[in-house]
Design a binder for this molecule. Structure first.
Ligand code: NAP
Length: 249
């Protein structure tokens, strides 16, 4: 099948690199039009050129409500009402025990990972209501399900738990409007963020993973594609692990 997202207009945040870029490529390959939104302009413009008429890049900071307003306006004027939103942009923040975490670092992680998801849903929901259908995929983490000993990361864990909660709150509110909202919880995925984190941690992630390997971003995109598409029409308000068995331990 190669038209699983025919007629869909998707906005993907953090789309310039890592998993966001993989989701965008996957969506276009399945027939969607995609708005690539990111603070990284050069990589984003390059990806938009690769995807030709099927994508536009818009400079966008998820922490800024005004930026959300203009990215939605640009997307709607390029492709029509938005019916898929992937809130993917996120940062890991410093690894520091709770007493050592600065207030600034705490707030910065929560602003991007948590506030950004709220602002995103708030900005895109009216377009989905006009479209009469919508699927929002909020990217959380296994850290949104459980903390991990030896990986001190209060702000990241707090923000990713919040994403799971905001997903449920919005899903129950908007179900009758034909708008579904789900969260995705990746384990260790080969992206620039993961490389930076495992370098800091000494690179012993492999020992913790039951499947014994780190994932390719495409393995997460396969799940995000399913949730974005109408194939998941009876699925809302739930969390979806793609973690190689990490949380089965
Ligand atoms: P990544 O490689 O660091 O890519 C994230 C992208 O988001 C970057 O292009 C980044 O730009 C952009 N970004 C950062 N702050 C932004 C902002 N305020 N507004 C808009 N864009 C912003 O990360 P990734 O590994 O693909 O992660 C994607 C998502 O998956 C994140 O939410 C992350 O928490 C989650 N996740 C990742 C893993 C993993 O193993 N990689 C596991 C679980 C969950 P800059 O490069 O300029 O900062």
């Amino acid at each position: 099948m190669s038209n699983r997202l025919e007629g869909k207009v998707a906005l993907v945040t953090g789309a310039s690199r890592g998993m966001g870029a993989s989701h965008a490529r996957t969506f276009v390959a399945q027939g969607a039009k995609v708005i690539l939104a990111d603070v990284s302009d050069e990589a984003g413009e390059k990806l938009a050129a690769e995807l030709e008429d099927n994508a536009i890049f818009v400079h966008h900071d998820v922490t800024q409500p005004d930026s959300w307003k203009s990215v939605v306006e640009s997307g709607v004027s390029a492709f029509g009402e938005i019916n898929v939103l992937v809130n993917n942009a996120g940062v890991l923040g410093p690894l520091a025990a709770t007493a050592d975490l600065t207030e600034n670092d705490y707030r910065n992680v929560c602003r991007i990972n948590q506030d950004g998801v709220f602002f995103g849903m708030k900005a895109v929901l009216p377009s989905m209501e006009r479209a009469g259908i919508g699927s929002i995929v909020n990217i959380s983490s296994i850290a949104g399900m459980a903390a991990n000993y030896g990986f001190p990361n209060l702000a990241y864990v707090a923000s990713k738990f919040a994403v799971r909660g905001m997903t449920k709150a919005t899903a129950v509110e908007y179900g009758r409007k034909n708008i579904r909202v789900n969260s995705v919880h990746p384990g260790f995925i080969q992206t620039p963020m993961m490389v930076e984190a495992t370098n800091e941690e000494g690179g012993d992630a492999l020992a913790q993973i039951p499947l014994g390997r780190i994932a390719d971003p495409q393995e997460v995109s396969n799940l995000v594609l399913f949730l974005a598409s109408d194939e998941s029409s009876y699925i809302t308000g739930s969390e979806h692990l793609v973690d190689a068995g990490m949380l089965a331990q």
